[in-house]
Ligand binder design. Structure first.
Ligand SMILES: Nc1ncnc2c1ncn2[C@@H]1O[C@H](COP(=O)(O)OP(=O)(O)OP(=O)(O)O)[C@@H](O)[C@H]1O
Ligand SMILES: [Mg+2]
Length: 239
C-alpha cells in the first residue's frame, strides 16, 4: 500500500507533465436523465506536446476540453494542472488560471463584433495588471505575428473566417499561456484556410516549445500535426 502510494506520489510530481487526470468522470443531469459524458478517464499530457483529441460526435471531446480549460469541474476524479488540482480549486483560482495560463480558440472564433481586431486582442489582457500602452503594443505584435499587421483596425465582420481565427489565436496568445486549447478551431474553415491556421499553430509551437497545444478535431489533416493522438469513444479512451 505504501509503495503504491509512493509510486503515485512520484508520478504526480513529474515536472514534465502539464496535466495529470485520474479517473475523471463527468455526468450531466438532463431532467431526470444522467448523461455520462466522460467515464473514468485517466491520462497525462506532457509539457510542450501537440495533442489531438478525436472521436465521434458526442464522444466527450468538448467536455474534456472544458475540464482541461478549468471552465467546468469533474463529477468525480482529479485533474492536476501543474501543481494545482483543478477539481479542488476555488473559483478565484480557476479564474486566475484561465486568464494567465490558458488560451482558448473556438470553432465560432467568438470575437466581439463591435471591437476591431486590435481591441479584441487587447481585451484579453484586461485581467492581468497592465497599462493600455503595453496592451496596445503587445496586441500589435501578436497581430503582426499571425499575419494581420494590415488588418488591425478591421471589425470581425470585415475579416474572412481564416483572418478571424487568426485574431482569435492572437487573443489566445495575449497572456503567454502555457496551454492553448482549441475546440474544432478549423471546423468553420475551408481546407486551404484550415491548413494555414494549422501551420501557424505549428510554427508558434516550434518558436516556443514550452507551449502545449490541445485540439479537438474531426479533421484527420489537423490531427496529422499532433505528436500525441487521444481518441475518445462514448466518454472513454479508445485504445
Ligand atoms: N451541458 C450539457 N448538458 C447535458 N448534456 C451534455 C451537455 N454537454 C454535453 N452533453 C452531452 O455529453 C455528451 C458528450 O458531449 P460533447 O459535447 O463533449 O461531445 P463532443 O465529442 O464534443 O461532440 P461533437 O463532436 O459533436 O462536438 C453528449 O452526449 C452530449 O449530448
Ligand atoms: Mg464538441
Amino acid at each position: 500500500m505504501t509503495i503504491i502510494s509512493e509510486i503515485n506520489e512520484s508520478h504526480n510530481q513529474d515536472e514534465s507533465l502539464v496535466y495529470s487526470l485520474k479517473q475523471v468522470s463527468k455526468t450531466y443531469k438532463l431532467g431526470s436523465n444522467n448523461v455520462n459524458a466522460l467515464k473514468k478517464v485517466s491520462l497525462d499530457i506532457k509539457k510542450g506536446d501537440f495533442v489531438s483529441l478525436e472521436g465521434p460526435s458526442g464522444s466527450g471531446k468538448s467536455t474534456l476540453l472544458q475540464l482541461l480549460g478549468a471552465l467546468d469541474s469533474p463529477t468525480e476524479g482529479s485533474i492536476k494542472f501543474n501543481e494545482s488540482y483543478l477539481d479542488k480549486a476555488t473559483s478565484n483560482v480557476l479564474t486566475d488560471i484561465r486568464a494567465r495560463k490558458l488560451g482558448f480558440i473556438f470553432q465560432q472564433f467568438n470575437l466581439i463584433p463591435t471591437l476591431n481586431a486590435i481591441e479584441n486582442v487587447m481585451i484579453a489582457m484586461v485581467p492581468i495588471k497592465s497599462t493600455k500602452q503595453f496592451r496596445l503594443k503587445r496586441a500589435q505584435e501578436l497581430l503582426e505575428k499571425v499575419g494581420l499587421g494590415e488588418r488591425m483596425n478591421h471589425l470581425p465582420s470585415k475579416l474572412s473566417g481564416g483572418e478571424q481565427q487568426r485574431v482569435a489565436i492572437a487573443r489566445a496568445l495575449a497572456n503567454s499561456p502555457e496551454v492553448l486549447i482549441g475546440d474544432e478551431p478549423t471546423g468553420n474553415l475551408d481546407s486551404e484556410t484550415s491548413a494555414q491556421v494549422m501551420e501557424l499553430l505549428g510554427n508558434l509551437q516550434k518558436e516556443n516549445s514550452e507551449v502545449t497545444i490541445i485540439l479537438a478535431t474531426h479533421n484527420p489533416e489537423v490531427s496529422e500535426y499532433a505528436n500525441t493522438k487521444i481518441k475518445l469513444r462514448s466518454g472513454q479512451l479508445a485504445s
